[in-house]
Ligand binder design. Structure first.
Ligand code: GLU
Length: 374
């Protein structure tokens, strides 16, 4: 068993429409879903955290609405998603409940994974769900997502979810068993790669459009997904879901292609916070807080003496010590005006000051990158 699989603690599993929905009848493949749920139950028993990203809403809904075969107009696919998402959620709920697992429906749009304030909200909710032992079942909120603001394919959505959640491994289950040097349907000498260490222009050029009728994502979106995943420190694997118990099969070494990340999700996230984001302000911390941060603690409002600049919740801010030296950066859990009201105050006082129960930290340690000493 590969260490990328056996060592993964948090996994995102993306299910393509063609696996879950019968293309002729437009109905759910319940026996296949049951076998997937068995695999997920086994992984949960092994103490792994699982997030499912499932397609299938449009494929299910178009049947119920008797929409014509072939490409749908945007408004028809939105209508189909509204209908099909109900069936999809019920299907997961039933399959999971039968195995003692609580399913949670999470519908996201592009903005939820890209705008930092909404990103923090989505991340917090999903973290809470995992902590409570539920399995989030994520899909794009197709009904409200118009063409400019939608992913349109769940490969990239799943990759964004994986990096947002600092997952160790992203599994794309689809109707192909890996990444090929050329489209296998048209090229007799197409070869499946076992692993891809770097997504080079040559690899990108190999991604023909291998999309099937039901799923939006061909190889091009899978490569896009791989880029998002590996830069977030998440390994990604493309494997066939056309077998029963596809995750057990993968664990036993079924054919697949691994895209390897070069760092772990925590390091990648810290690099992103430290290097990629433009800071919108700063917080000055007292000596006690500086010591606490160095020992791996979160930044509490009580340890902050000053707030500079104007930032929104989720923006990056510089953390400075009393001498004005930058000691790190982090994502603010409050906007600048709320931050100004709560600094110097104890966590227990925050609710009264703010009028709602917010985060106890001003910057959570997972959202913080400290500068290396020396
Ligand atoms: N979100 C779409 C659905 O649930 C699927 C997109 C895709 O196939 O990647 O129907």
């Amino acid at each position: 068993m590969r260490t990328e699989w056996s060592g993964a603690k948090r996994l995102v599993v993306k299910i393509g429409s063609s696996l879950l929905v019968d293309s002729i009848r437009g109905t759910l493949k319940a026996a296949w879903l049951a076998s997937l749920a068995d695999d997920i139950a086994a992984l949960r028993k092994a103490d792994k955290e699982i997030i499912v990203v499932s397609s299938g809403a449009i494929a299910l809904g178009r049947n119920a609405l008797k929409l014509p075969k072939g490409a749908l107009k945007l408004e028809d696919s939105q209508a189909a998603a509204a209908v099909g998402q109900i069936d999809l959620a019920h299907a997961y709920e039933d399959a999971f409940r039968a195995r003692g697992i609580v399913a949670a429906q999470v519908l996201l749009t592009l903005g939820d994974t890209e705008e930092r304030k909404r990103y923090l909200n989505a991340r917090n909710t999903m973290t809470t769900l995992l902590k409570l032992g539920a399995v989030p079942v994520v899909n794009e909120n197709d009904t409200v997502a118009t063409s400019e603001i939608r992913y349109g394919d769940n490969d990239r959505l799943a990759a964004r979810v994986a990096s947002m959640m600092s997952a160790d491994c992203l599994v794309l289950l689809s109707d192909v068993d890996g990444f090929y040097t050329a489209p296998p349907s048209t090229c007799a000498d197409a070869r499946r790669l076992d692993e891809v260490r770097d997504i080079t222009p040559a690899i990108e050029a190999m991604a023909g459009d291998a999309g099937s009728e039901l799923s939006r994502g061909g190889m091009v979106t899978k490569i896009e997904a791989a880029k998002i995943a590996v830069s977030g420190g998440t390994h990604m694997v493309i494997a066939s879901g056309k077998v029963r118990n596809p995750l057990a099969a993968l664990a036993q070494g079924s054919r697949c292609t691994w895209f390897l990340a070069h760092s772990d999700p925590v390091a990648a996230r810290k690099r992103w916070i430290a290097g990629t984001l433009e800071p919108k302000g700063a917080v000055v911390v007292d000596t006690g807080a500086a010591v606490a941060l160095a020992s791996g603690k979160s930044l509490l409002p009580a340890g902050v003496t000053r707030v500079e600049g104007s930032f929104e919740r989720g923006d990056a801010v510089v953390i400075r010590n009393g001498e004005g030296i930058e000691i790190g950066r982090g994502l603010a859990a409050y906007d600048h005006s709320e931050a100004r009201r709560i600094i110097g105050r104890k966590s227990g006082e925050l609710q009264e000051i703010l009028g709602y129960r917010g985060d106890p930290e001003l910057i959570h340690r997972d959202d913080m990158a400290l500068q290396r000493k020396g």
